[in-house]
Design a protein around this ligand. Structure first.
Ligand SMILES: Nc1ncnc2c1ncn2[C@@H]1O[C@H](COP(=O)(O)OP(=O)(O)OP(=O)(O)O)[C@@H](O)[C@H]1O
Length: 459
């Protein structure tokens, strides 16, 4: 089936060449040249994805595009939008990603990179999205729609992993509460998201809360919300996670970290399906599916008296256990190649490869941080490896030097990664010419040099 891609660009030449490119790749393509036409065109064509030019000629700051991006996402929160910008500034790209854009492409674009970015977004669509008049964003009826395996992004072939995924697929369709156990970085959240995306709740929100990171005093406000004035810092009304997840899935990460008082409060809501915002006596009914995760042994905690048995019974209808990476070494080369493939694109190093000794070396690492650690290692090495074939020394150096780059992610990409990616792409486009690259990025030469040094990029 052909997905429709909507192009919003005031430059007709650009729109025409994008249309041609997308049609050759097997998509249907439609263009509009005025911002005012974008929302009506989405309603008419039900596209699977929008390519949105952020710089309409009247204003090159990108503000117009940003306003339109926000309006599109307000009307169609789940419609993937890729930003396109000819005046690539990190600031604009970051702002767009924060507003909910899925990716950004700098103009002039690279055809392969663009098609890749489109395919990634379109492949991720849950059933029923964006083709042949199906509901894009509105989330209504998806009967008879295309089949998308929401587990397909979970890489691995080890029998122990496949068995868990098989079980997860089967429970997805039910309303059953699920506990996912496994060490840190084994993919618990990824599996929780896949279950949600394969469930009947897919068009409703998936809301994650890390209970280990919520201070005891803020537990109720975080989960149930509060009314303004409920306590000293409560200046305005606030929705809690239960309310945000209404109709969807609430992912309770690190549930083993809950103190006894919080366990009682959570149990009450799960039993009665009702809660109140802090400072508000009006009871609210909740319809959420609970998926919990922990790296602890909850049964042992029950035996030790630190976790309530009745709460465990409520949350643990189905138990899935993700094996640590060291117990499935056959998955390491697959995962390494998977992370390398995205790093190649992200850092504009299309010829980067893993040497065979390096693959063997990886297979023998303990990976206490599991897949997250392997992912970080591959990313860092892809940025910093001096040659095109990654050697054992490159991996070894980066793995000893861990933690420095670990930063909160922004739609999966950290600000630093975003900057590195933009700089590399701009250098490639300008034949490594510093003045031209700096101009394109809107930086002074000195500022560009400082960043090259900071990130160890050799032009
Ligand atoms: N099988 C897999 N294939 C591809 N990527 C994976 C896989 N498993 C995990 N990842 C990636 O590894 C990272 C860590 O996974 P995730 O956050 O789901 O782990 P977690 O078990 O929830 O960790 P924590 O307990 O620390 O919260 C994520 O970026 C995730 O996308």
């Amino acid at each position: 089936m052909n997905h429709t891609i909507l192009i919003v660009d005031d430059d007709r030449m650009v729109a025409a060449s994008l249309e041609l490119l997308l049609r050759r790749a097997g998509y249907r393509a439609e263009s509009v040249f005025r911002m005012a036409d974008a929302l009506p065109a989405i309603a008419e064509h039900r596209p699977a994805l929008v390519l949105l030019d952020m710089n309409f000629t009247i204003d090159t700051s990108g503000k117009d595009g940003m306003g339109l991006l926000k309006r599109i996402l307000a009307a169609y929160p789940r419609l993937p939008v890729i930003q396109m910008t000819g005046w690539a500034t990190v600031q604009l790209a970051v702002e767009g990603m924060k507003a909910g854009a899925r990716d950004f492409i700098a103009k002039p674009w690279d055809n392969r990179e663009l098609l890749n970015a489109v395919a990634i977004q379109v492949d991720k669509l849950p059933p029923g999205f964006g083709h042949g008049g199906a509901a894009a964003g509105a989330g209504e009826g998806n009967e008879g729609a295309m089949e998308v395996d929401t587990f397909s992004g979970i890489i691995g072939k080890a029998p122990a992993l496949l068995a868990v995924l098989d079980q997860a697929r089967r429970v997805a369709a039910t309303q059953a509460s699920v506990v996912i156990t496994g060490e840190s970085g084994t993919g618990k959240e990824l599996v929780a998201e896949a279950i949600h995306a394969a469930s009947r709740r897919a068009a409703r929100p998936f809301v994650a809360v890390n209970l280990g990171g919520v201070p005891a005093g803020l537990f109720e406000s975080e989960l149930f919300g509060h009314k303004a004035g409920a306590f000293t810092d409560a200046r305005a009304d606030r929705k809690g996670r239960f309310e945000l997840a209404e109709g969807g899935t609430l992912f309770l990460d690190e549930i083993g970290d809950l103190d006894p008082a919080a366990q009682v409060k959570l149990l009450r809501v799960l039993q009665e399906r009702q809660y109140e915002r802090l400072g508000d006596s009006k009871p609210r009914t909740t319809d959420v599916r609970i998926i919990s995760a922990t790296s602890r042994d909850l049964h042992a905690m029950v035996a030790a008296g630190t976790f309530r048995e009745d709460l465990l019974y409520r949350i643990n209808l189905i138990h899935l256990h993700l094996p640590p990476l060291r117990e499935r070494p056959e998955d390491i080369p697959l995962l390494a190649e998977h992370f390398l493939a995205s790093a190649r694109k992200r850092y504009d190093r299309p010829t980067l490869q893993l040497g065979s000794a390096a693959i063997q070396w990886l297979r023998h690492q303990p990976f206490a941080g599991n897949i997250r650690q392997l992912q970080n290692l591959m990313e860092r090495t892809a940025i910093l490896a001096p040659a095109n074939v990654i050697q054992v020394e490159d991996l070894d150096r980066q793995s000893r030097d861990t933690g420095r780059m670990a930063q909160p992610a922004l739609g999966g990409i950290t600000l630093e990664e975003m900057e590195i990616r933009m700089i590399r792409a701009a250098l490639a486009r300008n034949g490594a010419e510093i003045t031209a690259t700096a101009r394109e990025l809107g930086l002074t030469r000195a500022a560009l040099y400082r960043r090259l040094e900071k990130y160890g990029i050799t032009p």
